[in-house]
Design a binder for this molecule. Sequence first.
Ligand code: 3MF
Ligand code: MG
Ligand code: MG
Ligand code: MG
Length: 388
Amino acid sequence: DYQPKPEHKFTFGLWTVGSSGADQFATTFPVRGPKTPAELVRLLGEVGAYGVNFHDNDLIPLDATPAEAEQIKKDFRAALKETGLVVPMATTNLFSAQIFKDGAFTSNDPKVRAYSIQKAMRGMDLGAEFGAKIYVFWGGREGTETDATKNPLDGLKRFREALNFLCEYNNSQGYGYKFALEAKPNEPRGDIYLPTTGSMLAFIETLDHPEMVGVNPEFAHEHMAGLNFMHAVAQAWDAGKLFHIDLNDQNYARFDQDWRFGQQNWKQAFFLVKFLEDVGYTGSRHFDAHAFRTEDYEGVKDFARGCMRTYLIFKEKARQFNEDKEIQALLAEITPASGEMEKFEGKFTAEKAAALKAFSFDRNAIAARGLKYEKLDQLLTDLMMGIR
Ligand code: 3MF
Ligand code: MG
Ligand code: MG
Ligand code: MG
């Protein structure tokens, strides 16, 4: 019936369903009036989401007084209680305010770097108050328009120092957060450092506490870089680093589109859902996307319901794929057993190497075999289109 349930772990950011529809060309002409965090929680409760995530300033505006902050938190907490929604993830906005115009952790200005670490610690305090266990870092302004201004080695060093500091802060407070680093190749900066999930995975190994830090890959971000999102997610999974995921949609080589999950690239979305379900990923399915600028708040609900519904449709299609006799027979055929190659497989031994070097392959006979991938892919297309 494709109805979202808590066990599906569907979450949305306050900034997603709360988006005013403003864009680069209409920053002062939002199409949707603001809603409070508590109202957004009720909206998410109505559409059947499991959780809500926030940036520090989605919840508490930058210049709120302590009394205002207390009231907002009280209202938010009441809405969580009323709807049963949880807060699995929190993050810091280190990209909207003017002070971040040249980056946050990697800014050339030591005051900006220190302010950013302060803001992240306070954001971690806020997330912990609501039970968040994942803390995301998206370095939206950590980059350059011109490399005349900054050495990328300094950028890496500063980013590493900031994360090392914050890992120790996490330990000192006993928060038990796992950090999830989110890569994006560009926008808003001309180039953003550590532009892909693969870059982040390599960088994590250079930190003081690599075990505490994983990734938050985003569909749109890998697509902006022209890459295969599912492959990035698979690499993160393989490394034991898939701590969180941002689902949305995005055409290749475009500006940041943040569309409803599955809106455009059905096949990529299908393979992604199939991957997550097949491996048994248990984290949040977080939608980091916005409703079209054409929508009112009813349209925002359509958008949010659509993200979850499409995920569940693809989950069902993945199940059908895995149980389809013809598809599975074809897969078995195109993935032959090792047979006489078994003796060459696995770990290196000098004997194996010598035997393999001496073996005679019939190269042309091997190459002559048709692989039936066209047939398999069409079976998948039929299945996805509802013909099978
Ligand atoms: C921008 C993003 C961000 C991050 C968020 C951290 C505003 O393209 O994807 O959303 O996801 O800052 O969770
Ligand atoms: Mg994004
Ligand atoms: Mg975006
Ligand atoms: Mg994101």
